[in-house]
Structures are given as C-alpha cells and as structure tokens.
Design a protein around this ligand. Structure first.
Ligand SMILES: [Zn+2]
Length: 481
C-alpha cells in the first residue's frame, strides 16, 4: 500500500535510512520531523504492516542545509527535490522504487512544477541508482564533491515539461534508434531493424541436436520450414510413440519468443526426463522452439519484426505462428491441456517494449518487471484450481512473483498468488490456439539474482508436469461420474 507517511512511521523510516546511510545522509528523529513538516511529498509503501520503502521530497524555499538541495535552490526557481528514496532489499525493490517515482511524477503534474531534482553518488559509484534514474529520463546537470572530497555526486534533473510522464519515451535517454518517434515503421524501418539483429547462438547446435537425440524414444516430425533468405530453419515437433487416438492430447510449446531460453530448454528437458511417464495416458506433442530465427538472435520478434505471440490468428502473417496452427489442426479439438513456456526478462523493459512502441509509433510508458515466476490464465475460461496447482509445484523450485505496489503483475491485476489473466484468443496468443480446457502460459524470471539457468529450466519442467498431472487427474474424475 502506497500512502502518506505519518509520525508513527518515523521509527521505521529512520531504520531504513540507517540501513542505507552510506549512500544517504544521516537522519535522526528531530531532523526527520523537520523535513517531514516541510515535505511536499512524504510517502511510504507498507507491506503486511511493515514500511518497506519511503520517499521524501521538498519544494524550493525549504529551510534545509543539504549542499545538494542548496545547489538546485541556487539555480532553479521551481522544483521538486528528492531528498531521499529508500527501498528495503526485498523482492519488490524495483517495483517499489518505480511506484514511488510515478507518484512523484503525478505530484509534479498536480503542482505544475517543471523540474524534478535529485542526486546520486558517482564516486563511489551507485550504478543501480544511475540506471534507475536514467530509466525515468533524468540527466546530469552538474557534479559536486562532498565530505571534503571523499565522495562525488551527480546532480540530476528531469524536465517534466519536455518529457511529460507517460507522453514520451522515458525509459531511455535517446529515442529508439530506428524510425521517427510517433510514426509507425514501414518496410524500410523493419529492414533496418532486421539488419541490426545478429546471430548469437546456434539453433542447430542447441536445439536440433537435442531433438535428434530423442528420436530413439519419440516420434519427431518436421512441421514447417521458416525461410528468411539466406537462412532457413526446419521446425520440429516431438510426440508420443505410439500415438493412440483414444487418448487426450497434451501440447507443450516453447520458444514462441526465441530469446526466452528456458522455454526452449525446459521443453526439451521435459521430454527427456518426464515424457515417458505419461505413456498410455496421453499423447504428448512438444514444439520446443517455435521461433528459431529469434532464438539465434535472442529476440522477441521474427525477422519481419512481428511478435509471433500476437499472431496466432487465421491467415497469420507470422510464418512461425501459421506453421504451429497447421501442426495442431488435425487434433486441435482433442487437446486437454496446453502449456506455453515463456520468460519475462529485464530486456523486456530495456529493449523490447521500447522497440514495440517505436515500431507502432506510440509512446513507451515504463513498467515494472516482476521478480519471480508467474502464470497467465485465460480470462474467458479461467481455471483457478489448475493454475494454483502449478504455482504450488513451482514454488518448490523457484520464488513466485509478488504483486507490485498496485496489486498488479506487469500491469494486470493479480487474481491469485502468481496468476494474472489475459483474453488469450482475442490477443492472438499461443496459449489460445486450442480449445483445451486447461491452458496456461508460464513466465519464468531469469534475471533474478536468485535464479540460475538450471533453476529456470527446472521451473518450466515442474510447471509442465504439474499441469499435466492436474489435468489428467481431473479428467479421470470426470470420467468416473
Ligand atoms: Zn514470451
């Protein structure tokens, strides 16, 4: 919960300040009370009764002896000065900081203040703070040495009249390097973008070889050929042998977004380690790498700058999506469960969303990347018990994403622990390609300091097993009625 600070919060605020005093200035009760009385904005984020973060902001004209505050006061007539922002080192650190700054931007708009001022240490460096402020569009306005030269700060300004919140790209200092801001890309921009993407890893070595090694135990079928001259990529699906028409079908898809590595390797690992135990209970079909061009370039889109995961529609313009839809067409009605394996990464915010905004000629509004695993259910046909069974299983392997300060994950309300919902078919998402009763999209967070690549693969494998186990158990019960 984001709310105004009160004197009752002072002990918790002083404790947070003390924990981060090396990058802040010391604070005692009397000094905090004086700042609080003069504050233009003094906000806290409270989680489960604990103050996890606070933000203290002053306007010009305050009686304050901070040399950084004085620096701005000598140069600018109207500003909001971030005296300090502290976020406890919890899983929500990133989200809480952004939530407080969005609140600050709203305050600037309400008071029609043109400038937001703050500083961070550059000697010794504080790269997390530098990145955070750059993400909001702050720029250096000056530097000064403090403590007799023992540290140097970068004095930062955000001009909210040039860069109004939510109206222009704020997550990068420069506009996206391709196209004209506000104008959707045409063929030339798409070609320029595609030419910049370089091959960084091998589909053949990483994926096709692993598929080859499964041929002794499973059927392997080529279901398409992706062609971006001079490159071409055969698409493969792995399925149960023998196929039995009377059994339900289980579909697992990975690499719809090529850069989401654990989706590809998790799918292959599932086949290798667990697929055999479903023999006689279900026909499994695994398409481990739906978008191989993007796998090699560690990108989200295909070579035409199309997102395959918005393109699962009739007459799809994305070859990758069209091929998968052709693969499943013969047994589409008999799919009981479909698990589509994804990741949510820091590059979503730093690269892919700015690229998307540039491609479509719209503004990029910064968002938050959740720290942890979550699932996307179908808002048209939700299956809450199914989703929770998966969350419970994956929680044994890796941490589940908490909601942010607004109760959301990635901009959607968290409807149950670690679960959000999208209208899958309407959005053209892969998880909506069948009429399966049970469907989910996994979102592993690989950039967490707490998650290794092995853990990310294991989280995908665990999610697939839990999904199939739940679906087969339920359909068994249904049959007994
Ligand atoms: Zn994805």
């Amino acid at each position: 919960m984001l709310r105004d600070a009160t004197p009752a919060d002072f002990p918790a605020i002083l404790e947070l300040n003390q924990a981060f005093v090396s990058v802040l200035s010391p604070l005692d009760h009397a000094r905090l009370a004086r700042l609080h009385a003069q504050a233009a904005l003094h906000r806290v984020i409270e989680q489960e009764g604990r103050v996890e973060a606070f933000l203290l902001v002053l306007r010009e004209g305050a009686d304050y002896d901070s040399p950084n505050y004085r620096w701005f006061a000598q140069r600018h007539a109207r500003f909001l000065y971030v005296d300090r922002i502290v976020v406890a080192g919890t899983t929500q650190a990133r989200g809480a900081g952004s939530a407080l700054y969005r609140d600050l931007l709203a305050q600037a708009a309400r008071e029609a203040v043109p400038l937001i001022a703050c500083e961070f240490d550059i000697e010794p460096p504080n790269p997390a703070s530098a990145r955070f402020h750059a993400g909001f569009g702050f720029r250096e306005a000056g530097r000064q040495a403090l403590d007799g030269g023992r540290k140097t700060v970068s004095l930062q300004l955000l001009d909210v009249t040039i860069n109004p919140p939510g109206a222009t790209a704020m997550s990068t200092d420069a506009p996206y390097p391709i196209g004209t801001p506000g104008t959707p890309w045409g063929a030339a921009e798409v070609a320029a973008w595609s030419a910049r993407q370089t091959r960084q890893r091998s589909y053949e070595a990483d994926v096709l070889r692993a598929i080859e090694s499964l041929r002794t135990r499973f059927d392997v079928q080529q279901y398409g050929l992706i062609e971006y001259a001079p490159d071409s990529y055969p698409l493969f699906a792995i399925s149960s042998r023998p196929w039995r028409d009377e059994l339900p079908v289980v579909l697992v898809t990975g690499g719809v977004h090529g850069y989401e590595t654990s989706g590809v390797h998790g799918a292959l690992q599932f086949v290798d380690q667990h697929a055999a135990r479903y023999a006689g209970r279900a026909n499994l079909v695994i398409a481990p790498c739906v978008s191989p061009w993007a796998y090699e370039r560690i990108h989200r889109w295909n070579a035409d700058a199309l997102d395959p995961n918005r393109s699962f529609r009739d007459d799809s313009p994305a070859q990758e999506s069209a091929a998968l839809m052709r693969l499943i067409a013969p047994w589409r009605e008999r799919v009981l469960v479909h698990v589509d394996l994804h990741e949510t990464t820091d590059t979503d915010e730093s690269e892919f969303r700015p690229a998307l905004a540039a491609r479509d000629g719209v503004a990029h509004a910064p968002g938050e990347i959740p720290d942890g695993f979550y699932l996307v259910d179908d808002s048209e046909h939700p299956q809450p018990a199914f989703q929770q069974a998966i969350i419970a299983a994956v929680a044994q392997v890796t941490h589940i994403a908490p909601a942010d300060a607004s109760g959301e994950i990635i901009g959607s309300p968290m409807v149950a622990p670690g679960v959000i919902r999208y209208p899958l078919k309407q959005l053209g998402l892969c998880a909506g390609i069948t009429d399966a009763r049970y469907t989910t999209t996994t979102e592993v967070y690989p950039d967490s300091p707490r998650a290794t690549p092995e853990q990310c693969n294991a989280a995908q494998v665990t999610a697939v097993c839990a999904a199939i186990d739940f679906a087969l158990d339920q359909s068994g019960e249904d049959a007994a009625f």
